[in-house]
Ligand binder design. Sequence first.
Ligand SMILES: Nc1ncnc2c1ncn2[C@@H]1O[C@H](COP(=O)(O)OP(=O)(O)O)[C@@H](O)[C@H]1O
Ligand SMILES: [Mg+2]
Length: 331
Amino acid sequence: MLLEVRDLHVEFRTRDGVAKAVNGVAYGVDEGETLAVLGESGSGKSVTAQAVMGILDTPPARITGGEILFQGRDLLTLKEDERRKVRGAGMAMIFQDALSALNPVLSVGDQLGEMFVVHRGMSRKDARAKAVELMDRVRIPAAADRVRDYPHQFSGGMRQRIMIAMALALEPALIIADEPTTALDVTVQAQVMDLLAELRRELHMGLILITHDLGVVADVADRIAVMYAGRIVESAPVHDIYKAPAHPYTRGLLDSIPRLDQKGHELYAIKGLPPNLMRIPPGCAFHPRCPMARDVCRTDVPPQAEVEGSGGARRSACFFWRECLDGRHDG
Ligand SMILES: Nc1ncnc2c1ncn2[C@@H]1O[C@H](COP(=O)(O)OP(=O)(O)O)[C@@H](O)[C@H]1O
Ligand SMILES: [Mg+2]
């Protein structure tokens, strides 16, 4: 396994109290594999990713437990200079907002080239040539002419390609893309997603794709992990989830995707709001919103049950995963 997150806990100390943002997350990514991490806003997707990248601000964040094994080493035990080497060369991150992730006063060529100067000791001239090569690779038209341009001179989609190029520069084994297309127009979203999928295949990288949009992951991901209130509530191979979810929260997410083949069909929305992370409900955190909830769900935390017949590939944190799989609802 390329990356294995084990029982990760992260909290934020604020003036109003302690927000438990990540509460025992476990997930893994193999070489060349794509894991999609799904869940509503505030479920802990980005905080988990930032912990993996080692870019959490501590304080206010505090990692209170767990391990992050990358190529067999626990990153949480590394010193900051070792950690820095892993970033960039071992793993890289793509953010939602390229404009704030890129340096506005450096040309894109200089920013891309910097990676090769700093990490590979290249000359400015060679680094510039590498920058053009990368811009070509992410299909920026007329790369050689545009290498001197600044981030604001590019369209949103092109800027996102430049950030992808930055992430790819040192050919890391793992890329984490945190809602990489959310800020883009729908048609551009699809192009950027296709590019990412293609590069991942070409370079055989592991990819963690964070998104709140179940619609985009079907074609791209191998596995899905669904997060709710800082926990993984279901994890499974992507096709299994589309066939039949084993957690009522996943079912709710699936039922709320607009579908072209069901025009006029009323769109389902999961009732209620995600919990306040300073007061996570007892038992299953999803129970106040769950159409299947029973007494035990209000008192007991459901374990990560292995879905029978999946050979360990599929887990659900619902007491009633069987009924969920069968599509039986109480509500
Ligand atoms: N800088 C911060 N200060 C306080 N709380 C934070 C901070 N960043 C994140 N959190 C808490 O962590 C939760 C999870 O955030 P995040 O991982 O960004 O969610 P998402 O799933 O939308 O990426 C938030 O709902 C919030 O309670
Ligand atoms: Mg986020």
